[in-house]
Design a protein around this ligand. Structure first.
Ligand SMILES: Cc1cc2nc3c(=O)[nH]c(=O)nc-3n(C[C@H](O)[C@H](O)[C@H](O)COP(=O)(O)OP(=O)(O)OC[C@H]3O[C@@H](n4cnc5c(N)ncnc54)[C@H](O)[C@@H]3O)c2cc1C
Length: 388
């Protein structure tokens, strides 16, 4: 049994690193301060051919697995851009999965090619003000009309909605109380986000400000039949297929962010002298950093195992969820410790660790919270009664 990256995976890491190296602290600091989408980074990744890493080859993708995507996203978030950099592109990797699996050949050509080329940007409209984790309670409703659907509803937290021209939209086409199972009666669309008809209102937030998140107001918006993915009523089941890859990628992005923060803390601890000695010589500084390294490393390999299982077509839900939990927690601990290691300078923007710290909290909340992961492990892995 060999547990190591393959030569191809190492080449992916090195290739992605080269792109990331062009965008340093100043670039990302400025984007965060200006709350401006990193178009240049997005374009550089598209030009490098990285946006189609998991997409079909005939459309210009590389047709590689989630393990390779994980190597790429880990490298991106370990770079100066942290989770902002990862968020700029990660929807490309798992978001259109439903189109890859359930789209018609015409839809794949029309929808995926521009995403791979970087000319389209998509956002993900699932969460609603009154239905966060309880996805089957969404109320955005698509009513069938001649040639398509008329959609009305509210989404919240739609990330990158300000700069996206496409939206992956989950709707109800049958009210929940009329369905046999709560997961039935939901329909998925991949369609234009027409800013002249849909109001996308930015939500002021704590961090990851280069990538906006929004409240999205949809009123009687027409979506043609051609933009419906798969069968009517099966949307939730299509989304389910992309949940494990999403958890794996977000988890490994968390690990990358945590390792980036740890790298900075170690550098500072090896340079800063107080009381005539390097602060890194003190066990009170050194040991927590050693702990961060261990937790991050264990989360990394849990996630790579989840990716391996997914690519091998085996069940990976326990590992993907656990890896997401461990990655988020380890990232938060490492980023917090990085701020503390810098003392007062940790609080200044100059050393970047406060930016990573603010981003790291998000990784414990979205796309799934720690509590819901514990619910999943308690019920599905340990076999305890469902608690909610
Ligand atoms: C910056 C940011 C970006 C986002 N981007 C997107 C996006 O692009 N697209 C999108 O669709 N969504 C997005 N989200 C939404 C995100 O996925 C949700 O915020 C997340 O799933 C949590 O849902 P909620 O906020 O509605 O929490 P709620 O469902 O309101 O839960 C609140 C709290 O109660 C806990 N809780 C609830 N029920 C239980 C239970 N039964 N047992 C134990 N604990 C429970 C939760 O764990 C949580 O801590 C984003 C969120 C943020 C903050």
């Amino acid at each position: 049994m060999e547990i190591a990256l393959s030569e191809e995976q190492e080449a992916i890491r090195d290739g992605v690193q080269k792109v990331c190296d062009q965008f340093g602290d100043d670039y990302w600091s400025q984007k965060e301060q200006d709350k401006e989408f990193p178009f240049e980074f997005h374009k550089a990744m598209a030009d490098g051919g990285w946006l189609g890493i998991t997409m079909p080859e005939e459309l210009g993708g590389a047709n590689l697995g989630v393990a390779e995507a994980a190597v790429m996203m880990h490298t991106v978030s370990r770079s100066a851009g942290g989770y902002s950099a990862a968020s700029t592109i990660h929807l490309n990797i798992f978001g259109p999965h439903a189109v890859v699996v359930n789209g018609t050949p015409e839809q794949k050509e029309r929808m995926l090619k521009p995403l791979i080329e970087g000319t389209d940007r998509a956002c993900f409209g699932v969460t609603e003000p009154d239905a966060g984790l309880d996805t089957t309670s969404i109320r955005t409703f698509a009513t069938k009309v001649e040639g398509g659907y008329r959609v009305t509803g509210r989404k919240i937290w739609t990330s990158s909605g300000q700069v996206a021209n496409k939206i992956i939209l989950l709707t109800r086409t049958t009210p929940k109380d009329q369905c046999k199972r709560p997961t039935d009666g939901m329909t998925l669309f991949y369609t234009d986000l027409d800013h002249s008809q849909i109001e996308v209102k930015r939500i002021p937030k704590m961090g990851r400000n280069a990538v906006d998140s929004n409240a999205t107001f949809i009123d009687d918006y027409f979506i043609p039949d051609a933009d419906r993915i798969g069968e009517e009523g099966k949307g939730f089941h299509y989304i389910l297929h992309s949940l494990n890859p999403e958890r794996i990628l977000v988890g490994i992005e968390a690990v990358g962010l945590g390792q980036g923060a740890l790298d900075r803390a170690v550098r500072y601890a090896g340079e800063r002298s107080v009381f005539g000695r390097l602060i890194g010589q003190n066990q009170g500084i050194q040991h927590p950093l050693a702990e961060n390294w261990m937790y991050l490393e264990s989360a990394y390999w849990m996630l790579m195992r989840a990716a391996y299982l997914y690519d091998a077509g085996k069940s990976c839900a326990a590992e993907a969820n656990a890896g997401k939990f461990l990655g988020g927690r380890a990232a938060f601990e490492a980023a917090t410790r990085a701020v503390m290691t810098h003392g007062g300078m940790g609080y200044s923007t100059e050393y970047q660790v406060e930016r990573l710290f603010r981003e790291s909290i998000l990784l414990r909340i979205a796309p799934i919270t720690e509590q819901m992961i514990c619910n999943f492990i308690g019920e599905k892995v340990l076999g305890l009664p469902r608690s909610y």
